[in-house]
Ligand binder design. Structure first.
Ligand SMILES: *Cc1c(COP(=O)(O)O)cnc(C)c1O
Length: 395
């Protein structure tokens, strides 16, 4: 048995000399956490997505926790979201001792089905937490309308969606403006840009932004930059419970370089996704992901639905045997043991589409460095597998 890595990974961050040099600069500057680099990263990120405020934190899970706290989620409240997501989406709700209420996803995509949201609303519903799954914008227009009609705040889990766009009142705008109340981003290496770990909150609401900044550093009334720059002695206060959710300046310096690369990275990913869709369209029963006319994905992941007769594990193994790494489609949170106890979640609708998506989809390799040869290798392996399967059936 070989212990070497697969030839083609499912994802790969783009990190180079620029990022290494940025970290070196910060180390030698002597200021290594929540300082000038974090402030610069925040303003550059805000400008990029078109947000009034951007606040950097340690990761997207902590961003989601602060977002839910900012809109006032308390123990016993309900938050409507999807089970078909990474577990962090629902975990953040439970950090507030609130109840994740799951609704199903659309049949032809991997995002929340807006037509199901209103059936899930109860007097306890205090927020809707929608996800831009795999980088594909969810139907925000429909969701924002529902939020307005019921006076329920909306938080966007945009962990995967840095650089994705949505057509809004006739203009293409970046996810994170935000179009709802608060958007939360991740800079984990599995996302399109990375700071190792890292997260960002964007909002148009200055009061939310003030709270994020307070809570991310233990609820301390004075920031380190203010105290450091002051000519007078300042004593800080701690009026409410806070957390240590800081981003370091080392991470922020990397993030700034990653932001510079982002337009190129997205352009490349969109080319690769288009090529995949075209070349896989001739496999009978295999369904490439659909991009609605009002959305432009950053293609954080390229998720295909397998023919209904295909065995997911067998397809993945056949690809792995040829050195191609894949992943199963997005998980279902409600099926995990951590969610199986009484009161850990409520399913407001059937979750049939969510379960079917997990069982019938696989995520194919997609990364900016992917070559034509890599792409052909994956496409040919899939064509080969399904041609063989078709032959076997014909016999
Ligand atoms: C990655 C991810 C998260 C968690 O992000 P971290 O930065 O790792 O905390 C949350 N939600 C979704 C949908 C994700 O894909």
């Amino acid at each position: 048995m070989s212990h070497s890595l697969p030839l083609i990974p499912v994802a790969k961050p783009v990190l180079g000399e620029e990022e290494a040099e940025a970290v070196r600069r910060v180390i030698l500057s002597g200021w290594v956490t929540q300082g000038p680099e974090v402030a610069a990263f925040e303003s550059e990120f805000a400008a990029y997505v078109g947000a009034a405020h951007a606040c950097a934190v340690s990761n997207c899970t902590t961003a989601l926790h602060l977002a839910l706290k900012a809109v006032g989620i308390c123990p016993g409240d309900e938050v409507i979201t999807v089970s078909h997501s990474f577990i962090a989406t629902a975990n953040a709700v439970r950090y507030c001792d609130a109840m994740p209420v799951f609704v199903d996803i659309e049949a032809d995509g991997y995002n929340i089905d807006p037509s199901l949201i209103e059936t899930a609303i109860t007097p306890r519903t205090k927020a809707i937490l929608c996800v831009h799954q795999l980088g594909m914008p969810c139907d925000l227009r429909g969701i924002v309308e529902i939020g307005k009609r019921h006076s329920i705040p909306i938080i966007e889990d945009a962990a995967c969606a840095t650089g994705s766009e949505i057509l809004w009142e006739g203009r293409w705008e970046k996810i994170g403006k935000p179009h709802a109340d608060i958007a939360c981003f991740s800079f984990h290496p599995r996302k399109v840009v990375t700071t190792g770990d890292g997260g960002m909150l964007t909002t148009a609401n200055p009061e939310y932004d003030r709270k994020f900044r307070l809570w991310r550093q233990h609820g301390m009334s004075v920031t380190d930059t203010v105290r450091h720059g002051s000519k007078q002695v300042i004593f800080e206060d701690y009026d409410e419970l806070g957390y240590n959710y800081r981003m370091t300046d080392l991470q922020a310096a990397v993030g700034r370089e990653q932001l510079r690369r982002l337009p190129e990275l997205i352009k490349r990913r969109r080319q690769l996704a288009a090529r995949y869709s075209e070349r896989l369209s001739t496999i009978a029963g295999l369904v490439p992901p659909v991009e609605p006319s009002w959305a432009r994905s950053n293609w954080q992941s390229f998720c295909v639905r397998l023919p209904s007769t295909a065995d997911q594990r067998a397809v993945m193994q056949a690809l792995l045997d040829q050195g191609i790494s894949t992943r199963r489609g997005v998980m279902n949170i409600h099926l995990e043991k951590a969610y199986s106890g009484q009161g850990f979640h409520r399913a407001a609708t059937s979750l049939m589409q969510s379960v079917s998506a997990q069982q019938r989809t696989i995520i194919l390799p997609l990364f900016a460095q992917m070559t034509k040869v890599d792409m052909a290798w994956v496409v040919d392996a899939l064509h080969g597998y399904f041609a063989e399967a078709a032959n076997a059936e014909a016999v």
